[in-house]
Design a protein around this ligand. Structure first.
Ligand code: GDP
Length: 605
């Protein structure tokens, strides 16, 4: 059996670049990968394995064949054995599978729907690519949807483009310019691939249709050409201990827990000792079996999907069968380590990796939980980018302990009393505790949606806090005692009044026009009903407690104000400036004038 990538022996053997497809949902990542896979399956040689576990390989032979008509534009003579595409799109996990010194992906395809342009996940992907310094090209997908486009299935873009009408060509170019503008906004120079002179400074945009296959030859040729030319050092194959990253942990009938791994360097053999990460710390175990998918034509029954191999060579996607994988987590590094020193070294590397991603502080912040190291890493990074402090970040389902941690943050800041979960479950006792402690739990499998939910919730919490705070303030108000409506002259005074301005609320201290104190407004009543507030124009009865008497300190027809404390007045003028009506503001100005006669610094902001 010939594993593609292992056959060419040259002075310096290069491995296949690992390519990850990213982009916004529905922009065509899955369709594009299917098309690429289909291309290599159709041109497969007997016995050649192009399907890996969690990945597919397009051999260089196929790429050279496809690029033959493009020789004048893209002269490719390939030294790399092919391209290895990670099969599952969904960038959060795969983009974040790091290796020491950067990302696991050598190159990335950013898929953008040419009609829709940039969307949230396009931007998120770009930010990740930049943070991880991963080179990429843009696949401007769905060109078959450009008005007037005549499809020429599986043709090179250049050839198909040449056969389109002038108007259609212009429409396509307009869309490309638009993409260039959007990329420019994020600091990337870009151009259509066939107009680029310096590929080190310019991101290539390759127009494609994942549906018709147009542009796929250029896409593959560009990927192969660029990665071979600019990533050569990174791709030099070493025959040492394998290094990899875990894509998925899966239970298999009859085999127990297995891990799907992408090996990006070295050789992995049956019997090797491997070290990898779990939520609890490093796992050390021995490879019992290595499984590769059988070519479709050779599968005789559903159970007969895999082929046992003795060794695999990077870059490769393989299923590892080994004991003690129960707690393994996706996204962790995997190292082959066959001596006690190597094992110790690998364990330290795993511990360091875990400590970088997992957070445990006693500072106030949100609690973040995710299913894998990669997703947790991406979630924490997104939280940091948005200046959201993190108290706990860990792998696994949401537990009672998480709720307690969140409730501690909540005591300090209501808007931090929250748990954000990415692809995890809430344990039943955690749910109970969350209800008891009033801790908010948010679950979503798309990071930007999780953040969006958080920000919406935070705004709502703040709004409620504001209302509560505003309710506790003494509001500016002004009223007149209506002549002939004195029901009780003292202790408490009960009179009929008309509100002239502001908002009158029970509990407000009162003063006259000269600023002399007049006791506390106790109750507001209208037709025997207690009111929480009275607004301008309303005629109501009020009771006032304090050392005052009608006929002495106050008289029928008098104008009376609320005695707004200095701090409250300042709060209205600053924090709630945008929340009070002009009428309230006017009454406050009158109150300020009165108060400043005795206190020149009153409400000074
Ligand atoms: P993903 O969410 O990014 O993986 O997107 P999918 O591959 O699932 O594609 C989303 C939708 O767009 C599907 O209905 C596809 O059939 C469609 N689609 C994908 N690529 C193309 C294309 O090149 N042209 C057209 N017309 N439709 C496409």
């Amino acid at each position: 059996i010939k594993l593609s990538g292992t056959s060419r022996i040259e002075e310096q053997k290069l491995r296949q670049p690992i390519v990850v497809v990213m982009g916004h949902v529905d922009h065509g990542k899955t369709t594009l990968l299917d098309k690429i896979r289909g291309t290599s399956v159709a041109k497969r040689e007997p016995g050649e394995i192009t399907q890996h576990v969690g990945a597919s390989v397009v051999p260089s032979r196929v790429i050279e064949q496809l690029a033959e008509p493009l020789k004048k534009i893209i002269p490719v003579k390939l030294k790399i054995p092919g391209l290895l595409f990670i099969d599952t799109p969904g960038h959060e996990l795969f983009m974040n599978m790091r290796r020491i010194g950067g990302a696991i992906s050598d190159f990335s395809i950013l898929v953008v729907d040419i009609i829709e342009g940039f969307k949230e996940q396009t931007v998120e992907s770009l930010q990740l690519l930049r943070a991880r310094k991963v080179p990429f090209l843009v696949a401007a997908n769905k060109i078959d949807k450009i008005p007037g486009w005549k499809p020429y299935p599986n043709e090179a873009f250049i050839n198909s483009y040449a056969k389109q009408s002038q108007r259609t060509k212009e429409l396509l170019d307009e869309r490309i310019y638009h993409l260039m503008g959007e990329l420019g906004r994020y600091g990337f120079n870009s151009d259509r691939f066939d107009r680029i002179k310096d590929f080190t400074r310019t991101v290539s945009i390759v127009p494609v249709s994942a549906k018709t296959g147009e542009g796929i030859p250029e896409l593959l040729a560009m990927l192969a050409g660029l990665s071979q030319q600019y990533l050569k050092d990174r791709l030099i194959f070493t025959s040492g201990n394998a290094k990899g990253v875990v894509l998925e942990v899966k239970e298999m009938p009859g085999l127990g827990n297995t891990i799907d791994v992408i090996i990006y360097d070295g050789i992995l053999r049956k019997g090797d000792t491997i070290v990898l990460g779990s939520a609890e710390g490093p796992i050390v175990t021995k490879v019992r079996n290595l499984l590769m998918p059988k070519p479709l034509q050779e599968i005789r029954s559903p159970e007969d999907k895999f082929l046992s191999v003795d060794e695999v060579v990077a870059a490769v996607g393989v299923k590892i069968v080994a004991p003690d994988l129960d707690n393994a987590v996706a996204g962790t590094q995997l190292y082959v380590a066959n001596t006690p020193e190597e094992i110790e070294d690998a364990k330290n590397k795993i511990l360091e990796e875990l400590s970088k991603i997992k957070i445990k502080t006693d500072k106030s912040g949100v609690v973040a939980k995710a299913d894998t190291l990669g997703t947790l890493d991406a979630l924490v990074e997104a939280l940091k980018r948005n200046n959201i402090p993190v108290r706990i970040a860990d792998i696994g389902n949401i537990t009672k302990r998480d709720v307690v941690e969140a409730s501690i943050s909540k005591q300090d800041d209501e808007t931090l009393g929250v748990i954000l979960g990415f692809n995890v479950k809430v344990m039943p006792d955690a749910k109970e505790e969350a209800e008891k402690l009033n801790v908010k739990i948010m679950l979503n499998n798309i990071i930007y949606k999780l953040l969006e939910d958080y920000f919406n919730w935070k705004e709502e919490v703040k709004r409620l806090e504001k209302i509560k705070e505003m309710e506790n303030l003494v509001w500016p108000a002004k009223f007149r005692i209506i002549p002939g409506f004195v029901f009780r002259r003292s202790d408490p005074v009960i009179v009929g009044i008309e509100v002239l301005g502001g908002i009158l609320k029970p509990g407000s201290p009162l003063m006259d026009e000269a600023g002399r104190k007049l006791g506390i407004l106790q109750q507001i009543q209208d037709k025997g009903q207690s009111l929480k507030e009275a607004k301008p124009g309303m005629q109501v009865a009020i009771s006032v407690k304090g050392n005052i008497m009608v006929g002495r300190q106050i008289n029928e027809g008098d104008i009376i104000y609320t005695d707004v404390p200095d701090l409250h007045a300042r709060t209205f003028l600053t924090k709630f400036k945008g929340d009070i009506s002009d009428d309230v503001k006017m009454v406050l100005d009158e109150i300020i004038k009165i108060k400043r006669k005795s206190d020149p610094l009153y409400a000074f902001v």
